[in-house]
Design a protein around this ligand. Structure first.
Ligand code: FAD
Length: 473
């Protein structure tokens, strides 16, 4: 029997790595977690979910205060303090990161600060971080989990590279707001930053390649955000093709094709938000027999096992969905299968998507577009927030909720919300889909009046009336 230093070595202490290490340590396996970032915390805490949501919430507070007139609330001397907002964000992030460091040093596993690289299928070379004392230069393990996350994607135009753009990392550490900003991209990160900066007084222009922003959602949901953005003064160009990027003095210019015309837009800064790529290039995966796609995505099966059967993976580096709850789920599945081989598989039936703009966008299960593309029969019904008591009280009347149901059984197969608290409201439908509830059961469930959640009963009732004799397959 070969003796290894560890039963499991996990590379990366982000959401995926932590999901895996909790699971293997709880199963009694001798686990090492190796983290090579300058700071400990992973993308979610340091430069992803938490800092962006902290800033967006502050922008929402500012927006509510500034627009409090209809509530009979007058605000004299309204002002925005970007430095204070950033300081609050930094303080919160430090608290979250400190807590993560505490967990990693809890003694349940060996926490090593180094960059890891495979020397052979069972050996990692550890490249120490400055100031981290004496440590082994190699470790061996029976199993591994690759959970090294993602990095900002390279720009599609070399001119953009020469221009020097902000990205989601550097935008979070600005000391000063630019007067104007061009946001390249129309995904969740692009939209969240665009609204944050616009609400802090920056003149924002968005340039998006596809016909709608947020194209994972149905077009009616994206259209809600597009109309709110335009109302709030964001210039939005969709259906574009990037042509060139230039600098003139302090101004940066993006040139693109839009409606068959060449358009040129200038601003003080450009935010490059065109996605991320797997962070796997320097891992020496070829030395371990781990296969990747052309862009470096680690290829894995449903048990999160790579082409080297003793090496597993989790999180953004293996693609599919770049979302925290998926990274954690994949890490846990990898950990379970290491502890008990072939014991479990990933399940994406309940995958949730949320965009933290105001109004928020969220969906779970199938969208109409996905159901149509997959040939899955469905009935759908929507209900608008401008006809709902609680949202009228809140003056939050943009958007709607939508339910998709199986036409025969009435089982709920999808839910979407574009509206106030959409990211929270969607969880009622997550529970309904998890328990395979029908629209009849949802409609019959008590909902307190007047609440935002009560709105789900309207599409549920409409669909229940259409499926009056439900039959389960
Ligand atoms: C701006 C932004 C906002 C986001 N907002 C949300 C949101 O609201 N909700 C949501 O669900 N998701 C959000 N995401 C996505 C989410 O943050 C990621 O999906 C998630 O954090 C990925 O976790 P991970 O464990 O795969 O990677 P990471 O958290 O990036 O962890 C990987 C770790 O591996 C370390 N590492 C890399 N290489 C090595 C090596 N060779 N040796 C040792 N260590 C190494 C890195 O330092 C890092 O700490 C957002 C992302 C961005 C960019």
């Amino acid at each position: 029997m070969h003796q290894f230093d560890f039963d499991v070595a996990i590379i990366g202490a982000g959401s995926g790595g932590c999901g895996a290490s909790r699971t293997t340590a709880a199963a009694g396996l001798k686990t090492a977690v190796i983290e090579g970032g300058k700071e400990v915390g992973g993308l979610c805490i340091l430069r992803g979910c938490m800092p962006t949501k902290a800033l967006l919430y502050m922008a929402e507070v500012a927006h509510v205060v500034k627009n409090a007139g209809p509530f009979g609330v007058g605000v004299k001397n309204f002002s925005l303090n970007f430095k204070k907002a950033m300081a609050r964000k930094n303080r919160l992030i430090k608290e979250f990161a400190d807590y993560r460091v505490q967990q990693l040093n809890s003694g349940k596993y060996k926490f090593i600060r180094a960059n890891a690289k495979f020397r052979d299928p069972h050996t990692l070379e550890l490249i120490p971080l400055p100031g981290n004392g004496k440590m082994p230069s190699i470790i061996t393990a029976k199993n591994f989990v690759i959970a090294t996350g993602s990095a900002v994607a390279p720009s599609p135009l070399c001119q953009l590279h020469d221009l020097g753009c902000l990205n989601s990392d550097s935008a979070l550490s600005l000391n000063k707001l630019p007067k104007s900003l061009i946001v390249l991209g129309g995904g969740p990160t692009a939209c969240e930053f665009a609204q944050f900066f616009a609400r802090f007084g920056v003149r924002v222009t968005m340039v998006q390649r596809s016909a709608h922003i947020l194209h994972d959602f149905d077009a009616d949901a994206s259209a809600v955000i597009e109309s709110v953005f335009r109302r709030e003064g964001i210039r939005l160009f969709t259906g574009t093709r990037l042509l060139d990027a230039k600098r003139k003095g302090k101004s940066k210019t993006i040139i693109f094709e839009h409606n068959r015309k060449t358009v040129s837009v200038s601003a003080e800064e450009v935010l490059f938000a065109l996605g991320r790529i797997p962070n796997t290039r320097s891992l020496g995966l070829e030395n371990a027999g781990v296969r990747t796609t052309a862009n470096g995505t680690v290829i894995a099966n449903g048990r999160m096992q790579t082409s080297a059967p003793h090496i597993y993976t989790a999180g953004d580096c293996c693609g599919k969905y770049e979302i925290v709850h998926v990274a954690i789920h994949q890490g846990e599945v990898a950990g379970c299968n290491i502890a008990r081989p072939n014991s479990t598989c990933t399940d994406y039936r309940l995958i949730i998507f949320v965009v933290f703009t105001d109004p928020q966008l969220a969906f779970v299960g199938l969208t109409e577009r996905a159901a149509t593309a997959q040939g899955i029969p469905f009935l759908s019904a929507s209900y608008p927030f401008n006809d709902h008591g609680k949202s009228i009280i809140m003056n939050a009347m943009d958007g709607f909720v939508k339910l998709l149901a199986d036409p025969k059984s009435g089982e709920i197969i999808g839910g979407a919300c574009a509206g106030p608290m959409g990211g929270d409201l969607i969880h009622e439908i997550v529970a309904a889909i998890a328990k395979r509830m029908t629209v009849h059961e949802l409609a019959a469930m008590p909902h307190y009046h007047p609440t935002l959640a009560e709105i789900w009963t309207y599409p549920a009732e409409e669909l229940a009336a259409q499926i009056d004799r439900p039959s389960r397959a």
